[in-house]
Design a protein around this ligand. Structure first.
Ligand code: VG1
Ligand code: CO
Length: 542
């Protein structure tokens, strides 16, 4: 079989966003498009003789993309590829494999929570040694390469069989097809008290896990049903499908509405959870209750030492800037540092790698720890179950205990889908220009305390990342944050994040949207949202 050199014209739209490159399938499947990006990534990060981990969430084009990556990799001189059987690896499982095998990095084929299928989205996350996503600087280098690549080399010939586990040679490259679940489960079993979890689950504690037809199905079945003894059928929508059953695999109250409805109904079980397309997000529910991601992070931090893997305590914690500040209060209490990072897991990876933090999370239903350099949906589920097993408290009791001690941080995210990108950009530019004048300004019932732009200085690498969102603090302590999404594939999504801390127990069970109504109104008014976007209502309230 020969390697052929293909002349290409570079693309100008391959700048990695919040989590790699994400585009519509029809864009990714254009001639040379995938090849251009993968070869640019090799040229920037993975020289000859590198070892790479490859796998994806099973969405449409996952298998074809892997075959292309194998052909490019072999021609480039990659020495070894470790590939998940069927082409499957969840994002945390891939990060785990990169670390365990001491690989130079990996390519994770996923567009995470974005819909899949021929009309859906595809994406590639680029992870580096240790398992974390490429830094902003490395992503920039990759992008530079995408804009001037003139040719790539590719092997010709038949596909490699991704079904048969084992090691074989492929034109000078060693290819190892690995069972995708085993290593991940071995790692997770070190962190939690599996005897206790088994005792809880076999004692009649009822749970449900919704894999949303995405990659966590096989992982959840193995852990919850096969290992911990939950009855068959505990894991719903467990078979990964190329189009995720036509759904939007994002574990939030809007996209997982059926699970929320079930937990609000008469048949509600003691505990429910869901994960996303690539298995790195999680939503935790109790009867009649969705735990907010900020609360989940804070509660895990407060109970961390009750899990075997965290017995020695936490070095520190971190949350993304738009995430509500509940974990800050726990960190304060524990006397450990709390870092505030831009949105995107790569910023946590550097803090985790340098052991400044042991736990971190973001408002988009992502939680994780030092165990891998990506967020991890099933890990969070098991952590919650461990906390329930040790404390003997229900989800609702745990959350209410937490609020009684620290107060409750109400949180909501209002997304505005703006068809023309420029209009969203002009809102951000105008608001940024106005920031210095906002202090003291009245907006509805609220008064602005101060307003600022969020720039981040990575304490480990010194890398500076500017313009990561605009923040308005109000005098009542509430906050509105604005930023543009970096994972969309059409138009722009303006995210407006609202949070408000209350300490009066009478307010704890009030409706969160009612509690945030004044903040939402002030946020809309101060940014002149309707004038800029033409939208009078959010497109989605999460
Ligand atoms: C979104 C979330 C962000 C998350 C990112 C990747 O980014 O808001 O918190 O890190 O998706 O998540 P954005 O730029 O659209 O707000 V995943 O589950 O795709 O790895
Ligand atoms: Co994801």
């Amino acid at each position: 079989m020969d390697s052929i050199t293909v002349a290409t014209t570079p693309f100008d739209d391959q700048r990695p966003g919040t989590a790699g490159l994400r585009k519509r399938v029809e864009v990714f499947t254009q001639p040379h498009y995938l090849e251009n990006f993968v070869q640019a990534t090799f040229n920037a990060c993975f020289p000859r003789n590198s070892t790479l981990v490859i796998g994806g969430d099973g969405r449409f084009f996952n298998d074809r993309a892997i075959q292309t990556i194998i052909r490019l990799g072999a021609a480039h001189g990659i020495s070894r590829m470790i590939i998940g059987q069927h082409g499957w690896l969840s994002t945390p499982a891939a990060a785990n494999l990169i670390a365990r095998t001491d690989a130079d990095g990996g390519l994770i084929l996923t567009a995470s929570h974005n819909p899949g299928g021929p009309k859906g989205d595809f994406g590639i996350k680029i992870n580096v040694r240790g398992g974390g996503q490429a830094s902003a600087t490395v992503a920039e280098e990759i992008w530079q390469h995408t804009t001037n690549l003139q040719s790539y080399r590719k092997l010709d010939g038949p596909d490699l069989d991704l079904e048969q586990v084992g090691e074989r040679g492929f034109h000078g490259m060693r290819v190892q097809i690995v069972e995708p679940v085993d290593d991940y489960c071995d790692m997770i079993e070190q962190l939690f008290d599996f005897d206790r979890l088994r005792a809880l689950i076999t004692s009649g504690f009822r749970l449900r896990f919704d894999a949303m037809h995405a990659i966590t199905g096989p992982y959840a079945k193995r852990l919850l049903e096969d290992t911990l003894g939950a009855p068959a059928g505990t894991v719903l929508n467990a078979r990964p499908q190329v189009d995720f059953g036509g759904g939007h695999p994002d574990p939030n109250p809007v996209d997982a509405a059926a699970l929320v409805e079930f937990m609000n109904g008469e048949d509600a079980v003691d505990f429910a959870a869901a994960s996303d397309g690539d298995g790195d997000r999680n939503m935790i529910l109790g009867p009649g209750l969705v735990v907010s991601p900020g609360d989940s992070l804070a509660l895990i931090a407060a109970h961390a030492t009750t899990a075997p893997g965290y017995r020695d305590g936490l070095a520190g914690v971190a949350r993304s800037m738009p995430t509500a500040r509940a974990v800050d209060r726990v960190a304060d209490d524990l006397g450990i540092p709390c870092y505030e990072t831009p949105t995107g897991w790569r910023f946590f990876a550097s803090l985790l790698q340098s052991e400044r933090i042991s736990l971190c999370g973001e408002e988009s239903f992502g939680t994780g720890s030092s165990h891998v350099r990506e967020k991890d949906g099933l890990w969070a589920v098991l952590f919650w179950l461990n906390i329930i097993a040790v404390s003997g408290r229900s989800v609702s009791e745990l959350v209410h205990d937490h609020w009684s001690r620290y107060g409750r941080d109400f949180f909501a995210r209002h997304d505005y889908h703006v068809a023309e990108r420029e209009r969203a950009a002009s809102l951000m530019a105008a608001l940024e220009a106005n920031l210095p004048t906002l202090g003291g300004q009245q907006a509805g019932k609220l008064t602005v305390d101060r307003a600022l732009r969020f720039d981040y200085n990575d304490p480990v690498s010194g890398e500076v990342t500017t313009n990561q969102g605009l923040i308005i603090h109000f005098t009542d302590g509430a906050r509105a944050v604005y930023r543009l999404s970096g994972t969309g594939t059409g138009g722009a999504t303006l995210r407006v994040y609202l949070d408000r801390h209350v300490t009066d127990a009478q307010d704890f069970d009030r409706d969160r949207h009612a509690m945030l109504a004044d903040t939402a109104q002030a946020a809309v008014q101060l940014a002149e949202l309707e004038r800029h976007t033409g939208l009078s209502q959010p497109s989605a309230v999460i």
